[in-house]
Write a protein of this length. Structure first.
Length: 370
């Protein structure tokens, strides 16, 4: 133990006195002596006498912080007397427990948690409405002056969201039609209504499952990608750079993404509808032994132009929501790589939620119109 540090240990108290003129070389022996005293007296309180230290004694301050950190690591409460204001503030911050005593007693009540969640939800809705307003305004400017739209980026995102996503879209919709047809066949076969599997598959796929499955796939692929891309730009301050240069991020970054998804998502829905109906064909021909022409005629008779059109209307609305929410969550990214991950997850969850809500609303509305 250094002569600049005196440690007096007993069963219930460990008193540490740091003398003036301490050196950094005293830290090692002092820490070893303090740890030995802490181990020998597991319940002893730690007191520090800092009356000899002044603001100019920097080495003594460093030594004090090192000893206080050792007390914190040992989960011992620390009290002190003396010391200048800066050192006292540092010890106060260091001595604060990671989980303050009484935290459980001060936990928010159920009403407070519900209230906070309600406020957060209202703020999120406000941000979404504000962002959609900015986006509509940017679209109005794009319609007035189309040359300001970055059409090269529109084509790029059409390729990424459409061409790259076509295989997985067709596969999932085909399997969905296959599964739905198997379940329908099991229910209808005992009644001799096998042919009506074609009606169920055709209407279900074109009205609901086709647009909805394509929307969910695009949310996972495009919505998350948009959020990650804009979120990374937010973290790296590229969005601030655009604003500094007088470029509106909504027009420059968001409009091409939304336009691209609005164009390609109805096209993906058409391919998804065909794949889903093809899945029903497979079950109808190989499980129910229905002739190809009979299944085809029944499907054509069950579907009208409005059935397909309303699915395309839904997919266009879904595209706008998915792209808008993905870009909004990206713009709301907080600092750090973790913030980008949180924004990406939030974009997917929010996008799927809005898909379901808007699908329920449009199904009711379009059914009434039809």
């Amino acid at each position: 133990m250094s002569s600049a540090t005196a440690i007096d240990a007993s069963a219930d108290r460990i008193r540490v006195r740091i003398e003036a003129g301490s050196a950094l070389a005293d830290a090692g022996p002092a820490l070893a002596a303090l740890r030995e005293a802490l181990a020998a007296s597991p319940t002893a309180k730690v007191e520090m006498d800092l009356t000899a230290l002044t603001a100019q004694d920097e080495a003594g301050g460093v030594l004090t912080i090192a000893l206080a950190q050792a007390c914190r690591d040992a989960r011992r409460a620390l009290t002190w007397e003396g010391g200048h204001a800066g050192l006292a503030d540092a010890l106060t911050a260091l001595n604060a427990p990671a989980h303050p005593a009484g935290a459980a007693e001060g936990a928010d009540s159920l009403c407070e948690q519900v209230g906070r969640a309600t406020v957060d939800f209202a703020a999120s809705c406000r941000d979404l409405v504000t962002f959609i307003g900015e986006l509509v305004h940017a679209f109005g400017g794009a319609c007035r002056r189309p040359r300001l739209v970055r059409w090269r980026d529109v084509l790029y995102y059409m390729d990424r969201c459409g061409t790259d996503g076509l295989p997985i879209t067709v596969l999932i919709c085909f399997l969905m039609g296959l599964i739905l047809a198997i379940q329908a066949a099991n229910q209808m076969h005992p009644f001799g209504a096998d042919i009506y599997v074609a009606n169920l598959i055709g209407v279900s796929i074109t009205w609901e499952l086709g647009p909805l499955m394509v929307g969910i796939i695009c949310t996972g692929r495009a919505g998350s990608a948009f959020a990650a891309e804009i979120g990374t730009m937010k973290v790296s301050e590229e969005l601030d750079a655009l604003v500094t240069m007088g470029i509106a991020p909504t027009r420059f970054l968001v409009v091409p993404k939304v336009l691209a998804l609005i164009v390609v998502m109805p096209l993906l829905t058409v391919f998804g509808d065909l794949a889903g109906v093809a899945g029903g064909f497979v079950v109808g021909m190989f499980q129910l032994d229905l002739p190809f022409i009979a299944y085809w005629n029944q499907t054509v008779a069950a579907l009208g132009p409005w059935d397909v059109v309303q699915g395309l209307i839904k997919s266009a609305v879904f595209a706008f929501l998915v792209a808008a929410v993905g870009c909004l969550r990206g713009a709301q990214t907080r600092e750090g790589a973790q913030g980008v991950g949180v924004s990406t997850t939030s974009a997917v969850v929010s996008g799927i939620f809005l898909l379901i809500v808007s699908d329920a609303f449009m199904t009711f509305l379009l059914t009434r119109l039809g």
